[in-house]
Structures are given as structure tokens and as C-alpha cells.
Design a protein. Sequence first.
Length: 243
Amino acid sequence: MNKGEEFAELISITRKFLEQERNRGIKEFMQHWEEKKAESGTLDDMARRIKDCQKCKLGRTRTNLVFGVGNPKAELMFVGEGPGFDEDRLGIPFIGRAGQLLTKIIESIKLTREEVYISNIVKCHPMKDPTHPEMRGNDRPPTQDEVAQCLPILFKQIGIIEPKIICTLGSPATKALLNLTEGIGKLRGKFYDFYPPYGKFGEPIKVIPTYHPAYLLRDPTRKREVWKDMKEIKKAMTSISPH
């Protein structure tokens, strides 16, 4: 064997070694990913684990932790900002006036609340004056710290559900998932890729922002734009294969 043949054989051996190491690394990474996913368990398991959460000050003033509701294998997931007065009382997201409108929005694309999954970026009611939890109209946006403490819970929910599409309702939910600074008026109606830290590795989830139902109650003229966004969701879902 001449030097040229020896060199070619050495290159071939090295290439095979590198391919084996790469494949082994991918397998180990994927195994770690699946183990990480399995740690989340089911939604019910997770809800039980966090029911007494006190990671931020919202936990000390809530009446009920509002985890989420709907189909644990939903193709479509809605994510809002946080629970309000009615949600805090019953522990169910989107059941007040804004929730009733969200139900109609969901039904406009021939789905029911039971077929989708509904949650929020924070699970406890952010109040302007926590000393008066019995007072309506006491809502406020969650702080950055409150969002930061609660966002891992939402990410794990998404990892368990593995929805094909997430519809974010309003600017806070949109910014939390997509880390974008533009306002909801510019972001709505378009699909963005979201790579969740839990769930299927490397597979993005399509996120489409739209206006929050509470905003629509204040400005009903925006309903037409939400209807357009829902039509985009319906169109995208027709091309999605089932779980």
C-alpha cells in the first residue's frame, strides 16, 4: 500500500469514527430530551405538583390557581395573559365576559372549548390592589418577574400537549412566547415559528397572534381582524396531520 492509499484509508477511518461519534451524540441528546419530556408527566400530574405554588407574590393573594382547561392532545392551543376575577374564583381560564367571547371565536372555526386547550402565561390573578380580592376591575398586567416565574409551567404544558398551532391572545402572551417587541397590531394574523424547550426536539410550533377578547369588548371594530386570523388558523389546520 503506497502513501496515497494509506492516507485515503486514514481519511476513511477518521470519517467513520466522526460519524459514529456524531450519531452517538445525537442519540444521547435525544434520549436526554425524551427523559426531560417524561419528567413533565401528564397535565393532571403537573397541575397537582404546582397547586400550592408560591414562587412569586401572586401565589399569596390568589383564590385559585388557574392551570388550564381543554383537550390534553389538542391541535390548537390558546394562550392568554392571566386569570381575572371570575377565573380566580372558579379556577378555570376564560369564563368571564372575555371568556364567553373566546368561546364564540373558537366556535367560529367549528371547534369547541373541549377540543382546544386554553391557558395563560401566568396562572394566578394579578391584582392592582391585592388587599381587595373581592373587587371587580382589579386586574393588571403581570410583571416581568411574575411572567418569568410562571413561563416554565406554560412551556411544560406545551411540551405535554404538543399542539400544532398556538394562538396567542394579546401582546403579553405574544411577547412571552416569541420574544418580539412589536405591538399586537403589527404581529397579528401571521404565523411565527416557536421552538418549545419541551416536547418534540427540533419541530417548531406555529404561533399566530391575535387580539385578546377583553380588548375586543372595548373595541368591537377589531372583531373583523380576529375573524380573519381565525380563518388563517382554520386554513392551516386543514393541512395538519392528526396526532
